[in-house]
Write a protein that binds this ligand. Structure first.
Ligand code: SF4
Length: 494
């Protein structure tokens, strides 16, 4: 059996990092880890090819070769996924769609021959058997969420690592919290499941043996969802990193209660964690309570962020506008908060009611759902009727983005981040880094209309922060991406 694994394109959003990646000659931020894991679960006798359309074209010759196409994606990839399904079917290739998208879009809207709802470890063996026998069913739905010790080593041989800026490893799935808007807990559950320490180390060994050095994203829903087990992993990570002279720097996602645990922070620092993404959502305590983000309440948010930064860990923040409790002053308060937080990478989005979430159900009961949305919370289209005037909300959202990604405001946050975190990345002398430095001078220092701000920042970085100069330049390039996407959002129709 020839199986073609296809990953649909992501649209351009803050999360795509497209403009920053172009400096290093990379084509996408991360490889399709889910499909690489699915590939490892398929029968060893099957022939496999993986086409990630974010980094390469799907060719007709691939479709002629394939007996079956397996596609996976998230809600936001729906437009490209549908186009790919139709193309496969036009070529007479049987299609199977799985991944998180099948939990939020009704099966009939995905137009595939077979739909798989649930996690691969639970379903792939049965699906593969049926496909071989020619008796596959239209729908496979997992009866339960599998233990992660059944998850195999992802098939790294199917990708070309150098096309990506970051490699990925998954340690856990699920999150113990209860945020009203969150689809993670609906799909992966509120009881975090983890891999064994040995499984994670085997994945790191595989990446190391394949020659990878640099950033590794631990793509968990909440890395500290099980605070007891994660300590064992961190202990092992520290030893592993030290035995190999720190080849990786880790990035992950966690909840803000990380700031309460100094031992955990110290262990993360020792293991080589340099960035963590946190859902902060809003500085407004009443909105946090209303959206059931209780782990962010009863604390000074800025102090909690600073407590993490003290350990040299950059905080990237997720923020949301459009809660029912948002008042007219929320826009100014959010800008002020982000500026004080020393969070350079602030992912501000409009609230989206994702299908299947508590929020979606409540708004449906209240008659406020407009449509199922596109999963893109950095667009300007609302999929529900907000309490605030919708036009005012979108205007306020755009104004927040323009302010926080104005060059001076952005560089001010980066300077504060450099002084708090003192990020000393090991910068590898490579052609890609040399090219990135030259391109950054050309695009930001010569072509960009805000070049004066850039040179002022370079001067400060080279004098006051010269030990962190590599990180400063990386942040300048990241800022360029956010500025370009902000311009697109500002100009887009709402
Ligand atoms: S902390 Fe994050 S992952 Fe956990 S429930 Fe809230 S939004 Fe979801």
């Amino acid at each position: 059996m020839n199986v073609l694994l296809i990953y649909p394109k992501f649209p351009d959003t803050y999360w795509s990092f497209r403009y920053a990646l172009s400096f290093q000659g990379k084509r996408a931020a991360q490889p399709p880890l889910g499909l690489m894991t699915v590939a490892a679960l398929l029968p060893a006798s099957w022939h496999k090819r993986l086409v990630d359309t974010n980094v390469e074209r799907l060719k007709d010759s691939d479709l002629r070769w394939a007996d079956v196409a397996l596609l996976s994606g998230m809600h936001i990839q729906q437009p490209d996924l549908l186009a790919l399904v139709r193309r496969c079917r036009a070529h007479g290739v049987r299609t199977v769609v799985g991944g998180p998208i099948t939990s939020s879009i009704p099966p009939q809207n995905l137009e595939a021959d077979h739909i798989v709802i649930g996690e691969a470890e639970e379903l792939i063996a049965e699906l593969a058997r049926d496909l071989e026998a020619g008796s596959a069913l239209p729908l496979y739905q997992a009866a339960e969420r599998p233990a992660m010790d059944r998850s195999p080593l992802p098939d790294l041989s199917l990708i070309r690592m150098k096309r990506y800026s970051t490699m990925t490893v998954q340690y856990s799935r699920g999150c113990p919290f209860h945020c009203e808007f969150c689809d993670i807990i609906e799909i992966y559950g509120r009881r975090p499941r983890t891999k064994a320490v040995a499984q994670v180390l085997a994945e790191l060994d595989q990446l190391y043996a394949a020659g990878w050095r640099g950033p590794v994203f631990i793509v968990d829903d909440n890395f500290i969802g099980n605070k007891i087990r994660v300590r064992d992993l961190l202990k092992a990570l520290v030893e592993w990193q030290q035995s190999k002279r720190l080849p990786f720097r880790f990035i992950t996602e966690a909840s803000l209660n990380l700031s309460d645990d100094e031992d955990l922070l110290q262990a993360m620092k020792d293991a080589g964690f340099t960035s963590v993404f946190l859902g902060i959502e809003t500085p407004d305590e009443s909105s946090l309570a209303a959206t059931q983000k209780h782990q962010n309440t009863r604390r000074d948010l800025l102090d909690s962020i600073a407590a993490i930064q003290q350990y040299g860990i950059e905080v990237m923040g997720g923020f949301i506008l459009g809660f029912d409790t948002d008042r007219e002053d929320v826009f100014d308060r959010l800008v002020e908060f982000i500026q004080k937080s020393a969070i350079p990478i602030a992912m501000v989005g409009l609230l989206q009611a994702m299908p299947g979430t508590q929020l979606f159900r409540r708004l449906a009961r209240e008659g406020r759902i407009l449509h199922t949305g596109d999963g893109n919370n950095t667009g300007c289209e609302l999929n529900f009727l907000p309490r605030m005037n919708a036009t005012r909300l979108v205007e306020g959202y755009r104004s927040v983005l323009r302010q926080i990604y104005g060059r001076e405001a952005y560089y001010a946050r980066v300077r504060e981040y450099l002084s708090r975190c003192r990020p000393r990345y090991r910068t590898h002398l490579s052609l890609a880094n040399f090219r990135a430095a030259l391109l950054s001078i050309w695009r930001l220092g010569i072509l960009d209309r805000a070049r004066l701000s850039y040179w002022k920042f370079v001067l400060v970085a080279a004098t006051r922060y010269r030990r962190y100069f590599g990180a400063a330049m990386t942040m300048a390039v990241m800022g360029y991406h956010f500025q370009m996407i902000t311009e697109q959002i500002s100009e887009s129709e709402s």
